[in-house]
Write a protein that binds this ligand. Structure first.
Ligand code: NAD
Length: 266
């Protein structure tokens, strides 16, 4: 993450849980939350990485927790939320960020592949809202931020399962917001366009394009041709949008989606 002067305690005293916190946007968000005064539980399916990141982010006045959490496992959610309440007594912020990419023509996609993508990207958010929301209800309210995608707004041919899962996150967000508003729980989503994170390296077409064009930077530039600001975002730029929705600065904001996309979905 680049040097950033913001240290104004925008989430001071709050307890936050960030899923997919070991990498990319989740890591940048956890790091920003720590810097802004929150106690952060970092959760990820990647056991070693999540331990390492939580340890790296912790400071003398900034305790962190690490959880190995597969967002598709209801038991894992129950255990993680119970452990946070046990340790810190409350949950104020939940960022449902964990997600996987997937690209394949629709007619070649197997039902198992479809189910895996929707399980992580949509079921995982449902389980987070269910268990995180229940904890927040008990401890006086909070803010849930779900990470959707510009691909949940604008269709991307060859990524139907991903697009459908991310569109589902946006509607789930709005519905949950109406249900949970009486409990003082706000629910919003963010929809980034392309962001420089390790997620891209897991996509076979990205490796092929990198070999053709000579560098990842060249691929990101090419993939940004339809983005008015003509570039990919840095993970921290998405974290800043999440921070706004997580903090009390957005206390009158619920049931909305914040596109963080350089104008891509305009
Ligand atoms: N990178 C982009 O261009 C982009 C654009 C729009 C939206 N997003 C979304 O942002 C979110 C974060 O993506 P990223 O780019 O930082 O990716 P990333 O691959 O860098 O990080 C994702 C993290 O989620 C974790 N994860 C995967 N499956 C999990 C599971 N079942 N349970 C718990 N953790 C799991 C991974 O281990 C990883 O640490 C995702 O929801 C993604 O769809 C990314």
């Amino acid at each position: 993450m680049t040097e950033n002067p913001i240290t104004s305690g925008r989430v001071a005293g709050k307890v936050a849980l960030v899923t997919g916190g070991a990498s990319g946007i989740g890591r940048a968000t956890a790091e920003l939350f720590v810097r802004e005064g929150a106690r952060v539980a970092v959760a990820d399916i990647a056991e070693d990485a999540v331990r390492r990141v939580a340890a790296e982010l912790a400071g003398p006045d900034a305790p962190t927790l690490a959880f190995t959490l597969d967002v598709t496992s209801e038991t894992a959610w129950e255990n993680a939320v119970a452990a946070i309440l046990d340790q810190w007594g409350r949950l104020d912020i939940l960022v449902n960020n964990a997600g996987i990419s997937f690209g394949k023509p629709l007619t070649d996609t197997t039902l198992d592949e479809w189910r895996r993508v929707t399980a992580v990207n949509l079921d995982g958010v449902f389980l987070g809202i269910k268990h995180g929301g229940a904890a927040m209800r008990r401890t006086g309210g909070g803010s849930i931020v779900n990470v959707s995608s510009a691909s949940g707004i604008k269709p991307a041919p060859g990524a139907a399962a991903y697009c459908a899962s991310k569109a589902g996150v946006r509607m789930l967000t709005r519905t949950a917001a109406l249900e949970l508003a009486p409990d003082g729980i706000r629910v919003n989503s963010v929809s980034p366009s392309g962001v420089v994170t390790p997620m891209w390296e897991s996509m076979p077409f990205f490796a092929e394009m990198t070999a053709q064009l000579g560098s990842a930077e060249a691929v990101w530039a090419m993939l940004s041709k339809d983005v008015p600001l003509k570039r990919f975002a840095e993970a921290e730029e998405i974290a800043l949008g999440i921070l706004y929705l997580a903090s009390d600065e957005s206390r009158f904001v619920t049931a909305t989606d914040l596109p963080l996309d350089g104008g891509y979905t305009a």
